[in-house]
Design a protein around this ligand. Structure first.
Ligand code: ZN
Length: 313
């Protein structure tokens, strides 16, 4: 074996080694990127008579922890009559804020509101769940973010009613209070926009577990697209219209997923609730949905729910 030949072999070996080394580094970068979790803030607090945010937040966290896609922190506002002067969460540390907050009066200082508005205008994400659309009736920018809301003095000054009648989206300016629901019963949900990443691949109709079916929501509805409605039956104090339940709104560069169902653990145990919270949160954070629709998704006639979540009621 000559010295020259041995040197060539060594060079070839070194070349192969360096290619292998670069490949390992490249694959590691890819895998770190793939595993980089979406940063979520659940913003909750301030007890009100209707919704137990303290019982709802652990369920939201459990649901968001399951796909191993989200890294969720919980931020709680000061209590009723608490001091908000030092409360300034760093919204920009997060890709999406899941709002589980409502209060009888608006206690947020102007600086806090402006900070949240700026976060959203610059491309932040917001998911409002159920009773969160009751909050802040007078905060104009918040109402633009959520599109529509209910209760707490909202009326025709807040914007028109939005509902579907005979397959068409209606904006109805007639006077009246905003927000109503009947008894908590199972009801069908119907997709009206199947091209959106959140609804793509879902059945066109499914049965949702017992819940408050929100109706008569009013608001500016700017840049709002309704994805899913539910028929508000007059036999259960309803309107006789298909009422918007899942909406997406663009606010500046920000994305909002308005998720009206989910009064309590029973309603949140519905498989569709779990799946749509996961998909909607991913979309609000990234503009994409990579999660599949599971086989146990409810069909048009039968509810499908998670006993482990329902048991926490
Ligand atoms: Zn409720």
């Amino acid at each position: 074996m000559s010295y020259k030949g041995s040197s060539r072999k060594t060079k070839l070996f070194m070349k192969k080694l360096s290619i292998a080394f670069c490949t390992i580094i490249f694959l590691s970068i890819l895998s770190v990127k793939a595993q980089n979790p979406i940063r979520v803030m659940i913003l909750d607090g301030e007890m009100n008579p209707y919704h137990r945010w303290d019982l709802v937040t652990p369920i939201l966290k459990k649901i968001l922890d399951e796909p191993k896609k989200f890294n969720t922190d919980i931020v709680t506002t000061p209590p009723e009559n608490g001091d908000f002067s030092d409360f300034m969460p760093k919204f920009t540390d997060y890709q999406v804020v899941v709002l589980n907050y409502d209060a009888p009066t608006d206690r947020w200082p102007e600086a806090l509101k402006k900070s949240f508005e700026q976060y959203m205008l610059n491309g932040g994400g917001l998911v409002t769940i159920h009773g969160a659309n009751n909050s802040f009736p007078e905060w104009e920018e918040f109402n633009k973010m959520i599109g529509v809301g209910g209760w707490r003095g909202r009326n025709e000054k807040s914007g028109p009613y939005w509902y579907y009648h005979e397959g068409k989206l209606v904006t109805d300016p007639k006077p009246g209070n905003a927000g109503s629901h009947g008894s908590r019963l199972p009801f069908q949900m119907k997709v009206v926009n199947s091209n959106h990443p959140i609804t793509k691949g879902l059945p066109s109709v499914w049965m949702h577990q017992s819940d408050e079916l929100y109706a008569q929501l009013r608001g500016p509805g700017e840049n709002m697209s309704v994805l899913v409605t539910a028929y508000s039956d007059k036999s259960n104090k309803g309107t006789g219209y298909d009422e918007p339940q899942l909406m997406v709104i663009s606010y500046g560069e920000g994305r909002v997923f308005h998720y009206a169902p989910g009064h309590d653990a029973t309603s949140m145990s519905s498989i569709d609730y779990v799946v749509l919270l996961q998909r909607g949160t991913e979309w609000a954070a990234t503009g994409e949905v990579t999660q599949k629709v599971p086989d146990n998704y409810p069909d048009a006639n039968t509810v499908s729910y998670r006993p482990d979540i329902a048991a926490t009621d």
